[in-house]
Write a protein that binds this ligand. Structure first.
Ligand code: FMN
Length: 347
């Protein structure tokens, strides 16, 4: 058993937010676990970059850009830092992260607690030139009236430092944010964001799973018209369907982990159909095994991200998912990951 697996039972005894701080601290020492070499079949060229494997650490794990290189060393093919907002903000009162042990789920209402753009920029500048794919997830401050302006500020600030951008309009914990997903607001936001971009840094839009079909259609239409480079599907859900844990289930916030898997994969498949396979999709929500990752890919994802399962299963999960994904692909006769993208939706 590795060190990180040994530490898990202790971390689980701690308050979830304190456990997360302890994990970040351990990763910052640089003594974190080291992943194995990736199976060749898992490499993929996308968005003008080569991803050594399709598994990324989702936004929210490293809100301030403290440990992207530790996550890459651990075996993730890419790391997404943030959400970062122009000005630092403390987020909602604690407690604001809740573990639903039996459901292998988490509810969080952090509310974009983060140190702001300046702190993020300082850290990203320090690691610049090290290589590895590090995306920057952008958000808006709670008290900003013109929310789109905060995303534009982020694009300008990080263009030379980000491998890609995520425009996060889907956190349930900032009042008014998800309203940016509506047709008119999204057109305005994406127009301004893409206009602010000087070079070619890809811009991805991260959406919620709680969208009715008409909203999914609207988003697909705006995305295709605007020239956004890809979609991340999805953020946490405000739904509480099918939970077995009574404890914490009624807490306000976004639910992540196992109960989100099917719901987020359904939205992913819809977005694959609605965008006709013309833009890359990143599948996220409830991935806790190689089989889950494979399902996302078959539903149309070119890349996959996770967060919650890592807190339940520890760092070994990364190697395990890659190994199992490679063997699932081989079993089904796919030589490369690319060959399996979207096969379940026929596009
Ligand atoms: C504690 C916590 C904090 C999160 N913070 C962010 C965030 O700042 N920005 C964001 O786009 N997503 C955030 N997320 C959502 C994740 O990136 C991901 O979309 C979601 O958790 C579903 O994936 P999972 O089931 O693998 O965790 C957060 C999730 C959790 C559990």
């Amino acid at each position: 058993m590795s060190l990180s697996a040994l530490a898990l039972p202790f971390l689980r005894l701690m308050d979830p937010e304190q456990a997360h701080q302890a994990t970040l601290l351990a990763l910052k020492t640089g003594l974190g676990p080291c992943g194995k070499k990736d199976p060749e079949a898992l490499g993929i060229d996308l968005l003008g970059m080569h991803f050594p494997n399709p598994l990324g650490i989702a936004a929210g794990f490293d809100k301030n850009g403290e440990v992207p290189d530790a996550m890459l060393k651990l075996g993730f093919g890419f790391a997404e830092v943030g959400t970062t907002t122009p000005r630092p903000q403390s987020g909602n009162p604690k407690p604001r992260i809740f573990r639903l042990q039996q459901d292998r789920a988490v509810i969080n209402r952090l509310g974009f607690n983060n140190e702001g753009h300046e702190a993020m920029e300082t850290r990203l500048k320090k690691r610049a030139g090290r290589g590895g794919i590090v995306g920057v997830n952008l958000g808006a401050n709670k008290d900003t009236e013109d929310k789109a302006a905060d995303y534009v500020t982020g694009i300008k600030r990080f263009e030379a430092l980000a491998s890609y951008f995520t425009v996060n309009v889907s956190s349930p914990n900032t009042p008014g944010l998800r309203g940016l997903q509506s047709r008119a607001e999204l057109e305005d936001l994406l127009g301004r964001v893409l206009e602010a971009r000087k070079g070619q840094t890809p811009v991805l839009l991260k959406i919620a799973p709680d969208l009715v079909y008409e909203e999914r259609e609207d988003i697909a239409a705006v995305v295709l018209e605007s020239g956004v480079d890809g979609l991340i599907v999805s953020n946490t859900t405000i739904a509480r369907d099918g939970l077995v844990s009574g404890r914490h289930a009624a807490e306000a916030g976004g639910l992540s982990g196992a109960p989100l898997m099917d719901m987020a994969t359904d939205v992913l498949a819809d977005m694959r159909r609605l965008t006709k396979g013309t833009i890359p999709l990143i599948g996220v929500g409830g991935v806790s095994s190689g089989t889950d990752a494979y399902k996302k890919i078959r539903a149309g994802a070119s890349l996959v991200q996770l967060y919650t399962a890592l807190t339940f299963q520890g760092a070994e999960l990364v190697t395990k998912i890659k190994r199992d994904l490679a063997s699932d692909l081989k079993r089904d006769g796919y030589k490369r990951l690319e060959d399996a993208i979207g096969v379940d939706v026929g596009i």
